[in-house]
Design a protein around this ligand. Sequence first.
Ligand SMILES: Cc1cc2nc3c(=O)[nH]c(=O)nc-3n(C[C@H](O)[C@H](O)[C@H](O)COP(=O)(O)O)c2cc1C
Length: 374
Amino acid sequence: MAVHIPGALVDAAYAGVGRPTLFRLGGGDPEVAHETTLDWLAWWGRTPARRALLELAFGSRGTPVEVAGIRFGGPVGLAAGMDKDARALMAWARLGFSHVEFGTVTGQPQPGNPKPRMFRLRPSHGVINRMGFNNAGSEAIAARLELAGVRRGNHAAGMPVGVSIGKTKVVALADAVEDYLSSLRRLVHLVDYLAINVSSPNTPGLRSLQGADELSGLVRALVDEAAVQAEESSQSTLGPVPVFVKIAPDLEWSAIDQALEVCAAAGAAGIIATNTTLGRDGLAPEDRPLAGQAGGLSGAPLTARALEVVSYVTAHTDLPVIGVGGIMTADDARAMLQAGASLVQIFTGFIYSGPGLVRDINRLTTDRLAVPRG
Ligand SMILES: Cc1cc2nc3c(=O)[nH]c(=O)nc-3n(C[C@H](O)[C@H](O)[C@H](O)COP(=O)(O)O)c2cc1C
């Protein structure tokens, strides 16, 4: 039987030492804390012995769930953007995550926006970011997955792997489909699912791809190409790779209706709701000076809106929904699951609460009767 360090100790260590240390790094620059966390986790993930120690300290498991034909070991994944290039690929499952959405990666490598581009809103428990898809490109992440022995369906990273794909900034919107397709072709045999990111606020024009015609063309092109690739592949028994679509929380209900219709008709496997918001509601007075920073807001100020959108989406589509946005506590995750989400993902909650949040969400599904599903 696995021995674990008591959860209360993990939580106290993160709140008392881990988080204050991370929040002080680089003179309080959140991107330095982010990079350090990735370096640290990549190191811990590098050998079987280190991975076993990570698991000993933080490991937890939820109740398995099947979504879009993929078996997930528990309800909670890491949202896109935390580990864009899959640097800590082998560590995440040991923290209790049932999947990670790596990326967003683009067809070509790109540096992202000038720094600073990430801002911590501590009193509000939020983050504003305008990273702008800084990433090494879809070819580089494919090479990293391949080197680690990750192939579609083999769970070599200890979990299913998703990759979010987006548009390269210098590629014109009119050529977006080809840019997404180039990433799909590189990744289709390696990943368990792909997520189409059309909802980041930080690539000019990207969100216009959520419009019915644009979205229909894009999703159809990717779903069709996934089918072609599956036919030609030695993995053809697995069928085409599932393609999810991630939407923004700032869409009107009518635009969500259209997007859902288009996604279902085009053969998308599910919806991920939501990305960050351009709204600035719910900020603590001390954070008002930062409200003017351009970028997407995540964390506690997004909790209510993301839940509202997830509730709407689950009520208006038969597609499975991955709920993300402002999940800062296990109760927030419970609300998303009760609203009908099949899985949840976290990002900003992981920054503020640390690995204990993953364990607490897993526990929701292992404690009997904890989550009466909606
Ligand atoms: C620094 C940062 C970078 C992000 N990068 C991406 C990204 O590349 N692709 C994407 O789909 N979402 C990205 N997101 C959005 C998250 O995946 C998530 O949808 C959003 O932050 C809401 O969840 P949260 O409140 O738990 O953070 C990013 C968020 C943050 C804070």
